[in-house]
Design a binder for this molecule. Structure first.
Ligand code: GLV
Ligand code: MG
Length: 346
């Protein structure tokens, strides 16, 4: 059984009804598709019904119910039942609904997938696969998902996959992983496991390791993941910041990956939610500017039939339009409204 063809979601597909979506540049950078918005992705321990209930009230773009590292081995089985019930009970509005299953080397992985998808596949948008080290991990999940979808009569290919890159092998193979399945919607950086994998000399996840004073210790890994994601028209999501009460530090950490182009970041606490939604959306000024560029460029190319145009003192061409599409798409997905409108020169 080969990989699924997406019937929904994915770089060119539509998202679930009611989901917040964001236009995304495709691999060649020429066409735009719709992906579900993931500025803030709430991590919720799947074994704790109280946390699951609380999560319903938080204004995140996405959430995942965790069956992996936030759940003790003795609780894994019971957590599957809690997770299925939480999805089936609903109340998640337009959020992206995900479950993180255990990684492919564990005894839990296959039954996680079967229980969750058979139990609540219609109420699930994607599965987060942790510790992905090679394309075959994602291919395994794709194949298993297809088998379950066929068996229970779900549309084949609707459920997406998010692959966590969180060790040296995953990063070395990130290009193949990013291209491994049409179900893949995002690469997700896992800083805690990654720092452990590289044997970094720090216990503060997301912060620079003390002693490294020549730049950003994570620049290479972040750029590597982002480039692989964009080359395949999928999203790049930053992982958690564990010092949950230090919102300024969270903002700084999120601001760095947002500046590079990442789509969002995991949040672990209500205090981090607004910061993530804000940091990964464009500013009002940038959003207005982007919409003006699109209008001015459309006017120039259709009405005036010119390929380059001035907007104030700024020269615009096709490349400007592509950059503006990204910012405008993120702004629309974040619910921003225009405060300036385009008026063509008389
Ligand atoms: C997340 O899974 C991490 O390891 O940081
Ligand atoms: Mg991890």
């Amino acid at each position: 059984m080969g990989p699924a063809t997406r019937s929904d979601g994915g770089a060119e597909g539509g998202a679930a009804p009611g989901a917040r979506t964001v236009a995304q540049a495709s691999g060649a950078g020429t066409t735009m598709g719709e992906l579900r918005s993931r500025r803030s992705v709430l991590a919720v321990p799947g074994s704790n019904p109280r946390f699951v209930d609380k999560a319903r009230g938080l204004d995140t773009d996405a959430f995942f119910l965790d069956l992996e590292d936030a759940v003790a081995p003795s609780e894994k089985e019971a957590a599957r039942t809690t997770v299925v019930r939480a999805l089936a009970d609903g109340g998640w509005d337009g959020r992206v609904r995900s479950v993180r299953v255990n990684d492919t080397t564990t005894e839990w992985a296959y039954r996680d997938v079967i229980s969750v998808v058979e139990g609540a596949g219609a109420d699930l948008d994607s599965l987060v696969l942790p510790k992905v080290t090679a394309a075959r991990d994602v291919e395994w999940l794709d194949t298993l998902l297809t088998q379950i979808e066929r068996a229970v009569g779900l549309p084949v290919g609707r459920i997406g996959i998010e692959a966590q890159i969180e060790d040296a092998r995953g990063l070395v193979n990130v290009d193949a992983i990013a291209a491994s399945s049409p179900r893949l919607e995002a690469l997700v950086y896992g800083p805690a496991d990654f720092m452990a994998s590289l044997t970094m000399k720090s216990l503060v996840v997301g912060e620079q390791p003390p002693g490294y004073d020549t730049g950003d210790a994570y620049h290479y890994v972040l750029m590597r993941i982002l480039t692989a994601a964009r080359a395949n028209g999928i999203q790049a999501v930053d992982g958690p910041y564990l010092q949950i009460r230090d919102v300024d530090a969270f903002r700084r950490s999120a601001g760095r990956t947002a500046a590079l182009g990442f789509d969002g970041k995991w949040v672990l606490h209500p205090l981090q939610v607004d910061a993530a939604n804000e940091v990964f959306a464009p500013s009002q000024e940038d959003y207005d500017h982007a919409e003006l560029i699109l209008d001015a460029y459309a006017h120039a190319t259709t009405v005036d039939r010119r390929g380059a145009v001035m907007l104030g003192d700024e020269m615009l061409d096709e490349a400007s339009r592509k950059m503006a599409l990204v910012v405008a798409g993120k702004g629309r997905a974040a619910g921003l409204a225009r405060t300036r409108s385009f008026v063509p020169d008389a």
